[in-house]
Design a binder for this molecule. Structure first.
Ligand code: TMP
Length: 239
């Protein structure tokens, strides 16, 4: 029932369906990092991330959050609402890791006083640069009202995800979300929530490398990548 390919991203392909308001999102095993400078694949990642994302979207819907998720239709495919994705990657951080450590000299693993919301311009040619509200306005990426909504949405999602992952005995260090606008101008959580887009540390492990359960294992060549995703999936599906 998949129609024509609408868009192929680094980790997913979007297809049209018979219904113009519904798209099919197919999750791939491909993995990239550093704006696709590093390329590879993680065995079974498409199915694992599709299962994880489906479960989390349903959890968030049950908490009253609006998402693009309709239903999972195969091990690596889900139906989603057709939306216009805002060209802004919204990152929420609870603990310092990754690019903020490089940018601001923070120590990896340092808890932040309160969750931090950052905007990145979704533009591969520019390497997704960090932007401010003023840049969003200047580039017309979203209205001032949408910017306020994005920040609140990101913080609400963070609260729900922190609770959820805590039950999985995983620490939600940070994550990235993409937000879409539907035909009624409503903002919907889109894209995916998975170990590709979240930093997750095993709460039972103190070793700073061994505890990493997300795509940083791929980014940093730490090994046991598929095993970490599998473990996250097992815990998510059991929660
Ligand atoms: P960063 O520390 O590299 O800025 O990443 C912050 C979070 O965003 C982290 O959980 C990984 C996620 N992320 C993506 O989902 N896609 C990306 O392209 C990048 C750079 C980060």
């Amino acid at each position: 029932m998949s129609g024509t390919k609408l868009y192929e991203g680094k980790a997913k392909i979007l297809f049209t369906t018979d219904d113009p308001n519904i798209l099919l999102s197919r999750y791939k095993d491909d993995a990239t990092a550093f704006n696709a400078l590093k390329k590879g694949s993680i065995a079974n990642k498409g199915e694992m991330n599709c299962a994880i994302a489906s479960h989390i979207f349903q959890y968030l819907e049950a908490q009253g959050m609006a998402t693009h998720f309709i239903k999972q239709v195969s091990p690596n495919e889900m139906q989603v609402v057709a939306v216009k994705i805002l060209p802004i990657e919204v990152v929420v951080r609870n603990i310092a890791a990754g690019s903020i450590c490089k940018r601001l000299g923070l120590e990896q693993g340092q808890p932040l006083k309160k969750p931090l919301v950052e905007f990145f311009y979704k533009n591969d040619d520019l390497g997704d640069p960090l932007i401010t509200d003023a840049h969003v306005a200047m580039l017309d990426l979203a209205t001032p009202e949408q910017v306020d909504q994005l920040k609140q949405l990101a913080l609400d999602i963070n609260q729900h995800l922190q609770t959820f992952f805590d039950r999985c005995n995983l620490l939600l260090v940070d994550f990235k979300v993409e937000i879409g606008v539907d035909v009624n101008e409503r903002l919907l959580l889109a894209d995916e929530i998975s170990p590709d887009t979240c930093r997750l540390w095993d709460k039972a492990i103190s070793d700073p490398t061994a505890r990493i359960m997300d795509k940083d294992r791929f980014r940093q060549d730490l090994g046991n990548i598929a095993e970490a995703y599998q473990e996250v999936m097992n815990r998510v599906l059991a929660t």
